[in-house]
Design a protein around this ligand. Structure first.
Ligand SMILES: NC(=O)c1ccc[n+]([C@@H]2O[C@H](COP(=O)([O-])OP(=O)(O)OC[C@H]3O[C@@H](n4cnc5c(N)ncnc54)[C@H](OP(=O)(O)O)[C@@H]3O)[C@@H](O)[C@H]2O)c1
Length: 360
C-alpha cells in the first residue's frame, strides 16, 4: 500500500468534524497529522476526542505557526471566516488546500488576489480546490454533468430554498448572515461577510458561464430582506419580530442584458415563508432551459428509509458538504499546481462507496 496522504484539519466545526470522523472511521489512505482550532477549550485536546472518537495521538492546536510547520499533503480548510493570507502561506509552504469555504472559481476573484493565490501555488507546487454542496456540487458538478445531455443551453437556474432555523452553526446564521438584524442592514455590501458570501455565489455563476461558453459580461447581486411577524427561538438566539427573517438573494449572469445563469436563494429563519416568494420545494431545484430542457430537484436527508432525528437530517447537508471535498483530496493532491475546479478535476465519487473492497 502507498503511504497515506498527511492531512491537517483547519477548523473542526460541523463540517470539519464530519471529515475527521470519516478519516478515522473509513480512510486508512489518509492520516491526520494536525488540527488548527480557534476555541481555547479545544487547544491541546486530542483530535479523536474532539470528534467523539478514541484518541489518535494528535493534539489540536490554536498555534498557527505550529500548523504551518507541519509536513502535510493537504489541509482541509473549513473555518467560519476565511483568510487569504493564511491560505496562500499554506499553499506556498507545500500544502494543497481543499476548502468548503471559498475559492470556488479563483479565476474570477479580484486579479490581485488571483495572482497571489497562483503565485503561492507555483511556489509550493500545490493546488487549491473549493467545493461543497452549494457553492459546490449543485452549482458546479451537477449542472455540468446534466449539460452533457444538452445539445444547446439557453438558461440555467439554481434555486435553493432552506429554513436555517435548524442549522446548528448559529454564529453563521446570526453573526455572519445577519438574520435578526434590521432589514435595511441587509445588502450585498452591508458587511464584510455579506460581501464575501455574495462574492462566492457570484464566482459560482461565473464558473458555470465560463464552463459552458455563456460569454456573460456581468454578474449582479440583489437581495430582498423580509422581517419576521413574530419572535422565534432559534437554539440559543431569539429572532425578534420586525428583524430579518427572510433573505432572497439573486446572482444573475447576463450577456447583453439577458440573464443566462442565475442562482437564487430563498432563505428563512423561523419558518415564516413570504407569500410573494416563488415556492419551489425545500432543497435545490436546478433547471436547464435548452435543447432539451431539464429540471431536477435535490434533497439531502440522513435517510429515506430509517427513522432519523431532525438533527441528523440537518447534519446530512454538512456531511454532503464535507464529503464532496474530502473525496476530492487524492485528486487535488495529484492535480497540476494551481486552481482545481469541477471542470478540471475528474468526476469526484465516494471513495468508500459500499465499502465492499474485494480481498486480494
Ligand atoms: N460550500 C458549501 O456548500 C458549504 C456548506 C456549509 C458550510 N460551508 C462553509 O464551510 C465552513 C465550515 O462550516 P461549518 O458549518 O462547519 O461552521 P461551524 O460549525 O460554525 O465551524 C466553523 C469553524 O470556525 C472556527 N472559528 C471560530 N472562530 C473563528 C474565527 N474567528 N475565524 C475563523 N474561524 C473561526 C471554529 O473553530 P472552533 O470550533 O475551534 O471554535 C470552527 O471550527 C464555513 O466557511 C461555511 O460557510 C460551505
Amino acid at each position: 500500500m502507498t503511504e497515506p496522504l498527511r492531512i491537517v484539519a483547519w477548523g473542526t466545526g460541523t463540517v470539519g468534524s464530519e471529515m475527521l470522523t470519516t478519516i478515522i472511521d473509513h480512510r486508512p489512505d489518509l492520516e491526520i497529522v494536525g488540527a488548527r482550532v480557534y476555541s481555547g477549550e479545544k487547544d491541546g485536546v486530542d483530535v479523536g476526542t474532539l470528534v467523539g472518537r478514541d484518541p489518535i495521538g494528535v493534539a489540536a492546536t490554536t498555534d498557527v505557526d505550529a500548523i504551518m510547520g507541519l509536513d502535510a499533503d493537504c489541509v482541509l480548510y473549513t473555518p467560519r471566516n476565511t483568510n487569504l493570507d493564511e491560505v496562500c502561506a499554506l499553499l506556498a509552504g507545500g500544502k494543497n488546500v481543499a476548502t468548503t469555504a471559498f475559492l470556488f472559481h479563483p479565476r474570477r476573484i479580484t486579479p490581485a488576489d488571483r495572482h497571489r493565490v497562483l503565485e503561492a501555488c507555483r511556489a509550493g507546487d500545490t493546488t487549491v480546490h473549493g467545493s461543497g454542496l452549494n457553492p459546490g456540487n449543485l452549482s458546479g458538478a451537477l449542472p455540468l454533468t446534466l449539460s452533457g445531455m444538452c445539445r444547446t443551453i439557453d438558461k440555467i437556474t439554481l434555486q435553493e430554498r432552506a429554513d436555517w432555523s435548524v442549522y446548528e452553526s448559529t454564529s453563521i446564521t446570526f453573526d455572519n448572515m445577519r438574520f435578526g438584524q434590521p432589514v435595511e442592514e441587509i445588502s450585498p455590501q452591508a458587511s464584510e461577510f455579506l460581501a464575501f458570501n455574495s462574492g462566492i455565489f457570484t464566482e459560482q455563476v461565473w464558473f458555470l458561464a465560463d464552463a459552458l461558453n455563456a460569454d456573460i459580461d456581468e454578474v449582479t447581486a440583489t437581495v430582498e430582506a423580509v422581517p419576521a411577524r413574530e419572535d422565534h427561538q432559534i437554539f440559543d438566539h431569539v429572532l425578534r419580530a420586525g428583524t430579518t427573517a427572510g433573505q432572497r438573494w439573486k446572482w444573475s449572469g447576463r450577456r447583453h442584458g439577458e440573464v443566462l445563469v442565475e442562482i437564487e436563494t430563498l432563505w428563512t429563519v423561523g419558518g415564516e415563508y413570504p407569500e410573494h416568494w416563488p415556492k419551489p420545494q425545500d432543497g435545490w431545484t436546478l433547471t436547464i432551459e435548452g435543447d432539451p430542457s431539464m429540471r431536477t430537484h435535490f434533497f439531502c436527508l440522513a435517510s429515506f428509509t430509517r427513522a432519523a432525528s431532525m438533527e441528523e437530517h440537518v447534519r446530512s447537508a454538512s456531511v454532503a458538504t464535507g464529503m464532496q471535498v474530502l473525496n476530492a483530496v487524492p485528486a487535488i493532491c495529484a492535480a497540476p499546481a494551481g486552481f482545481a475546479t469541477a471542470a478540471t478535476l475528474p468526476l469526484i465519487r465516494s471513495h468508500v462507496g459500499f465499502g465492499n473492497t474485494a480481498k486480494a
